[in-house]
Design a binder for this molecule. Structure first.
Ligand SMILES: C[S@@+](CC[C@H](N)C(=O)[O-])C[C@H]1O[C@@H](n2cnc3c(N)ncnc32)[C@H](O)[C@@H]1O
Length: 261
């Protein structure tokens, strides 16, 4: 597993945009609290239902600000919880410090693609080839989890990485699509080794000022057809047109599990 021990040296998080991203989540939540709470409560409820028959060790991938995680209930239910994210905010650290069975793990959930991307900076201008740089990189864990939660992270794993690669390399549209699909497939394959649930926004829906639907953009390129247990809902993500300045953005969210609900 790619632990990031000395994070400032190994990877310049701020230059990859994660610090801004983490603060952005907090600001948008404060602005959109009423709409976000519906999504956050749906997520928490789905997690509690999916995990109710499980105990032991829990891995949470994409814990972030912990807004969508029923931490207290899970800490009573599981003997050990590992929360994974590329960055843990001071608020998340403070919250977690109340529980003696929860540990924060700072790691790149792509398995180290961000470090690879950062190295490319020094070879600016080189021809980018996905096959050479990222295809053999896989996320692993040293723990043997009894349950894994993928927490609103599936389509986030590639965003900052690809923005960065677009700036620093001549990555083609074809390579971007390939990388995006591969990251999502690998993530799914990882969690599918275990009892798991996944919550992810899979499409952006765009609305005009009159709440008329003006477009849809898919953000996930894997399918969930094999899951018997699934739920879907709409997350009114940005009603104040700060995500895109000319439209409101809602997300279609899917939640799936291989456990009985
Ligand atoms: C939309 S948030 C998930 C919501 C989160 N549970 C919360 O309440 O804030 C996506 C999270 O993914 C994390 N993330 C994005 N790419 C990552 C990567 N490659 N490795 C680890 N974490 C990553 C971000 O830091 C962020 O906390």
């Amino acid at each position: 597993m790619q632990f990031i021990k000395n994070i400032k040296q190994k990877i310049k998080l701020s230059s990859l945009g994660f610090l801004a991203d983490s603060k952005g989540i907090e600001r948008r939540y404060n602005r959109e609290k009423k709409n976000w709470d519906i999504h956050l409560n749906n997520t928490k409820e789905f997690i509690l239902n999916s995990t109710k028959l499980h105990s032991g060790t829990l891995l949470v991938l994409g814990s972030g600000r912990l807004l969508d995680l029923p931490l207290e209930a899970l800490s009573k239910h599981f003997s050990k919880i590992y929360l994974y994210d590329i960055i843990h905010s001071s608020k998340a650290k403070k919250e977690v410090s109340q529980f003696n069975n929860i540990e924060l793990i700072t790691a790149d959930i792509t398995g180290g693609m961000l470090n690879e991307a950062y190295k490319l900076k020094r070879k600016n201008g080189q021809f980018f080839s996905y096959t050479n740089h990222f295809s053999s990189i896989n996320f692993e864990t040293n723990f043997n989890p009894d349950f894994v939660i993928s927490l609103n992270i599936l389509n986030q794993l590639d965003i900052i990485l690809i923005d960065y690669l677009k700036q620093k390399t001549d990555i083609s549209a074809h390579e971007i699509k390939k990388l995006r699909i591969d990251i999502q497939q690998k993530h799914l394959r990882f969690i599918q080794q275990y009892n798991h649930c996944l919550i992810a926004d899979i499409e952006e829906e765009w609305y005009d000022d009159n709440d008329k639907l003006i477009g849809i953009k898919p953000t996930v390129f894997v399918d969930f057809n094999d899951y018997k247990e699934q739920k879907k809902w709409l997350w009114k993500f940005d009603t104040s047109t700060t995500y895109y300045s000319d439209r409101k953005t809602y997300f279609n969210v899917i939640a799936v599990t291989n456990s009985s609900l």
